[in-house]
Design a protein around this ligand. Structure first.
Ligand code: PGA
Length: 244
């Protein structure tokens, strides 16, 4: 298949200044097919201006790991979408399970962010996914369906959703290819048919590495991957970006 894959690096709160500059230099030298791959890097906020400067003449794209849903105001510690846009970020990750857990983000807050990002003509990457308990109790489709309903408006032109089973994030444990395919097929059909969204890109995230990338992302019909741990390693990214 020749469709474009989105490879999103979620650096989380990792890499100091020199480590990030080092990694970006190495990533810049990877010769991948930019007609088949969109290489999107999401550094922590303080690194964004420096990474933006480094990648300005390359095909590498930039994203943020979060934003506030108000334009400006008394929100100590938060970062505005205006500044994120100014730094040429085109994507914003929202609703990551770590933010849901550690920052108490609810579907309602995530929805406000999604609306605000869309109204600013940037692309939200909306994270959804079930806990291990939800999976064991066979509630995973219901949980994810509720996240889609509460976080994403109906009838929009396009959306990017990252399916990240919480039990797979940073654990090295991944769902089977059948489990990933089942969820991706559900997400595409629900977003398209029930929520009436024309273009839906579904990423898989959770312990993606160069070893499992082909199976989890290519064979499952995903449109790409959201990568945490492996995105911090130049060699892993080289293999992933030049797959196939
Ligand atoms: P991981 O993280 O690849 O380290 O599991 C993925 C994510 O949290 O986006």
């Amino acid at each position: 298949m020749n469709e474009v894959k989105l490879i999103v690096s979620n650096w989380k709160m990792n890499l100091n200044f020199s480590q990030s500059m080092n990694l970006i230099q190495k990533l810049k030298s990877i010769n991948y097919n930019s007609k088949r791959i969109k290489n999107i890097i999401c550094p922590q906020f303080m690194l964004i201006p420096f990474v933006a400067e480094q990648i300005k003449d390359t095909k590498i794209l930039l994203g943020a790991q979060d934003c506030h849903y108000e334009k400006k105001g008394s929100y100590t510690g938060d970062t505005s979408l205006d500044l994120i846009k100014k730094m040429k970020c085109k994507y914003v990750i929202v609703g990551h399970s770590e933010r849901r857990l550690f920052q108490c983000e609810t579907n309602q807050i995530i929805r406000k962010k999604v609306d605000f990002i869309l109204s600013n003509k940037l692309s939200p990457i909306v994270c959804v996914g079930e806990s291990l308990q939800d999976r064991k109790q066979l509630k995973y489709i219901k949980v994810v369906q509720n996240q889609l309903n509460e976080c994403i408006p109906n009838g929009i032109k396009q959306i990017i959703v990252a399916y990240e089973p919480i039990w797979s994030i940073g654990t090295g444990v991944t769902p089977s290819i059948e489990e990933v395919t089942e969820m991706i097929t559900f997400l595409k059909s629900y977003l398209h048919n029930t929520k009436n969204i024309k273009s839906c890109k579904i990423l898989y995230g959770g312990s993606v590495s160069s070893k499992n990338f082909k199976e989890l992302v290519n064979s499952s019909n995903a449109n790409g991957a959201l990568i945490g741990g492996a995105s911090l390693k130049n060699r892993e990214m080289k293999k992933i970006l030049t797959f196939g």
